[in-house]
Every structure is written in structure tokens, then in C-alpha cells.
Design a protein around this ligand. Structure first.
Ligand SMILES: Cc1cc2nc3c(=O)[nH]c(=O)nc-3n(C[C@H](O)[C@H](O)[C@H](O)COP(=O)(O)OP(=O)(O)OC[C@H]3O[C@@H](n4cnc5c(N)ncnc54)[C@H](O)[C@@H]3O)c2cc1C
Length: 389
């Protein structure tokens, strides 16, 4: 935690991760990321790593942003989660916000003066976000937001929510400040993973916001605004999973060398070696797919969105599998309350559910393949509709 932004975001991320490595288990146990850690992340520029410098960011390339998320993810999924949600809202505003919205929100997000959360999921709208029921309706010179969002990462402490709702039946995205009348948050604690990510269910009861808070015209809220946010989220989650897989592999290999059973090191047992061998390949394959996605994003290639889905799908699977093997190799030590691999095991499973579940990702990846063969999607195109969380 240097407190100064330097030119190499990946090095800043690595240094930050090293500085907090010892603290992450306690954050997970307490169910919160301390405010001073959020401030330190912001001071180092990591809450706006890939925002352009003119908006206060570090101007990181996709590969640099990925490396930041890998390093943070290898230490704490919730820490990486904060970078993810802040980045999702920043990316959506950068691409679809007006000049006024960019000027008002982006520097504050980059400097961490404001923490942003992404509020799309509802009781009846999870993978299928086209089903959201939250209303964003014009009332005189304001918009009224009403509905309930569920499982919102850092929803408990966010200053502003990017909310997906409907205006006149059409998808709409709107920024709602947490201190507006009618916003109520109910903290969630003890969920399977990302336990320090201060999740909340958030209610909006006739919350009035000015028209300047609406992002992009009604009709574009899901396919464009939320689509961009989710694409960014998948990319950072994918890299976070690479970091988890690599950290778990390191821990498992070190333990296998150190610990002896049956008179020999665990590393001498063929079955342990097999677990390690598979884990090496899973982790490397995930990293390669993430690097491929980063290259395509840097080149603004048309395939970048679909390749990001593939990278996230593979990396979440790799993290789940490698973390599971690491717990196996560490035995009871991997089940200890403060075990890194145990925490990664829980966090990794969540990564197969959020930002596009494994099953929905498979549909998107197959659609992309089949389109190249002249075959239309089985139903509507998930990434175009903003579906596929
Ligand atoms: C720790 C955590 C943090 C979260 N943070 C946020 C956040 O910040 N903001 C936010 O808006 N939401 C957040 N969520 C919610 C998350 O995005 C949803 O859980 C996710 O979109 C899946 O929705 P669901 O849980 O309703 O599952 P469902 O959509 O009901 O899916 C349940 C199962 O059915 C499968 N399924 C669904 N549709 C299909 C299909 N078409 N074909 C095949 N299988 C399908 C899924 O793969 C899954 O296995 C978070 C959730 C968790 C657990």
C-alpha cells in the first residue's frame, strides 16, 4: 500500500496484494473489508485502474488490469470484487454516459471518493435480467425508482448504485445515490463465498432521482449499459480466478513438499502429483484464455466479448478445480478457518454462478461458434440482450 500511483498498474497491484496478504482471512471471518483498505486501494489508483488518465484513472491496458485482478484475487476474492464492481460502473459510464455524467462520476470513482455497486439481480431475475421488475418512471421533473435488488456486492456500503429497471416497459439504467430518501439496505452475512464483500439486499421505495441520473436512453439499459458492465465484470472475475488458481497451486505444491506421510513427502505420492499436474494445466490454460481476451479487448476486436465469456468460464472452472485439489492436498490444514485454499474453494464456486453462470456461458460460447457456421442462436442472443449473468 504505497499511497502513490505509479506508471505500472500491475506492479502496484502486486505490491498491494503482498501488503495485505496476512489480513485477508480476518476480513473474511469478520465479513467486511475495512474502510482503510478501501481507501488504500483508492490511493494506489486501483479503483480506477483502467479508467483513462483524463478521468483520474491509471490508464491500465486490459492485460495490466487483468494482472492487477489476478494479484488481488490470489489474496482475497472480496478485495478483487471491489475492484470489479467499481470497474463495472465506471466502464458503463465511460462508454454510455453523457459528457456531464463522465465528468461528474468518473474522477470520484477513480479516486475512491465514491464506492459504486451494480444492482441488477432481483428475486425473479437472475440469469435472465430481461425479467427485472424494478420501475424507473418519470414523475414531473424527476424519475421515481421502486423495486428490490438482491445480493449486491458492497451494497451495504456503496455510495451509489447503478440500477437496472424498466421505463415504460423498456430496460433502463439509472444511478441512485444511497443517501436518497427511500433507499434501504439489508446486509447479507455468511454466504458461501466473498464473505468480506459486504453484500446487501437493497430496496428502493419511490426514490426520486433527477433525469441526469438516467444512463443512456430507455431501451438501452440492458443491452448496452448493463451489457458493458457485465463484460467488464466477467473480464476482471476471470483474472481474479486465475490469481486464485495460481495461489492455490503454490500453496498445494509447497505443502506437498513440506509434509511427509508414510515416511515420504506428499510430493512423492503419485496421486498427489497427478492432482498437481492437472492443476498446473488448468491454471495455465485459464491464464492463456485470459491473455487472449485481453489482447482482443486491446485491439477492440469484435470477438472480444465472446472470448471474455470463454475466459471467465474457463477460469472459474479452473479456480474451482484447483482450489478443490489444493484443499485435498492440504487435508485438515486446508479446512482450517484461516486457510487461503479453503477460502478460495468457497469463493471459486461463487465465480461459477455470478457474472454469467457456467451453464449460461456455455450457451453464449456455443451460440458464437454456431453463428460462425451460419446457424442462428437457439433463442435470442444472450450477449446482445444483456442476458447471461
Ligand atoms: C456472492 C455474490 C455476489 C453477487 N453480487 C451481485 C451484484 O453485485 N450485483 C447483482 O446484480 N447481482 C449479484 N449477485 C447475484 C448473481 O449475479 C446471481 O446469483 C446470478 O446472476 C445467477 O442468478 P440466480 O442466482 O438467480 O440463479 P438462476 O438464474 O436462478 O440460475 C440457477 C441455476 O440455473 C441455471 N440456469 C439459469 N438459466 C439457465 C439457462 N437459460 N440455461 C441453462 N441453465 C440455466 C444457472 O446456470 C444456475 O445453475 C451476486 C451473487 C452472489 C452469490
Amino acid at each position: 500500500m504505497s499511497g502513490t500511483a505509479v506508471a505500472d498498474p500491475a506492479a502496484v497491484g502486486a505490491r498491494f496484494a503482498d501488503a495485505v496478504r496476512q489480513d485477508a482471512a480476518a476480513w473474511d471471518a469478520r465479513g467486511e473489508l475495512p474502510a482503510e483498505v478501501r481507501r488504500a486501494l483508492a490511493q494506489d489508483g486501483l479503483l480506477g485502474a483502467d479508467l483513462p488518465r483524463r478521468h483520474g484513472g491509471l490508464g491500465a491496458t486490459p492485460a495490466e488490469l487483468g494482472e492487477v485482478c489476478a494479484r488481488l484475487g490470489g489474496v482475497c476474492g472480496s478485495l478483487r470484487g471491489l475492484v470489479t464492481v467499481q470497474g463495472m460502473v465506471g466502464a458503463a459510464l465511460l462508454r454510455w454516459g453523457t459528457a456531464g455524467q463522465r465528468e461528474r462520476w468518473l474522477p470520484a470513482l477513480a479516486r475512491g471518493e465514491l464506492i459504486a455497486a451494480f444492482a441488477a439481480t432481483e428475486t425473479e431475475a437472475g440469469s435472465d435480467l430481461a425479467a427485472v421488475a424494478t420501475t424507473v418512471e418519470r414523475h414531473g421533473d424527476a424519475y421515481a425508482v421502486s423495486g428490490e435488488k438482491r445480493w449486491i456486492t458492497f451494497g451495504e456500503i456503496a455510495d451509489v448504485y447503478l440500477v437496472l429497471g424498466r421505463t415504460g416497459g423498456r430496460p433502463a439504467a439509472v444511478l441512485v445515490e444511497a443517501d436518497r430518501r427511500g433507499v434501504r439496505r439489508e446486509p447479507v452475512r455468511g454466504q458461501l463465498g466473498l464473505r468480506a464483500a459486504q453484500l446487501a439486499h437493497v430496496r428502493f421505495d419511490d426514490v426520486r432521482v433527477p433525469p441526469e441520473n438516467v444512463v443512456a436512453p430507455p431501451g438501452f439499459g440492458l443491452s448496452h449499459v448493463v451489457g458493458t458492465a457485465l463484460d467488464h465484470g466477467r473480464f476482471t472475475v476471470a483474472w481474479g480466478c486465475v490469481g486464485m488458481a495460481e495461489a492455490c497451486l503454490d500453496a498445494a505444491a509447497a505443502h506437498a513438499v513440506r509434509r511427509a506421510q508414510g515416511g515420504v513427502a506428499l510430493a512423492e505420492h503419485q496421486q498427489v502429483r497427478a492432482l498437481l499436474g492437472r492443476a498446473v494445466v488448468d491454471g495455465r490454460a485459464a491464464r492463456e484464455l485470459c491473455l487472449r481476451a485481453a489482447r482482443l479487448r486491446a485491439a477492440r476486436a469484435p470477438d472480444a466479448v465472446a472470448e471474455t465469456v470463454a475466459a471467465k468460464y474457463a477460469a472459474a472452472r479452473a479456480a474451482t478445480s484447483v482450489a478443490g485439489s489444493a484443499v485435498q492436498i492440504l487435508g485438515a490444514s486446508g479446512c482450517a478457518p484461516d486457510s487461503l485454499v479453503g477460502r478460495c474453494y468457497r469463493d471459486a464456486k461463487v465465480m461459477e454462478i455470478i457474472e454469467g453462470s457456467a451453464q449460461v456461458s456455455e450457451l453464449i460460447i456455443a451460440d458464437h461458434l454456431l453463428r460462425a457456421h451460419g446457424h442462428g442462436p437457439a433463442r435470442r442472443r444472450p450477449e446482445d440482450e444483456g442476458e447471461g449473468r
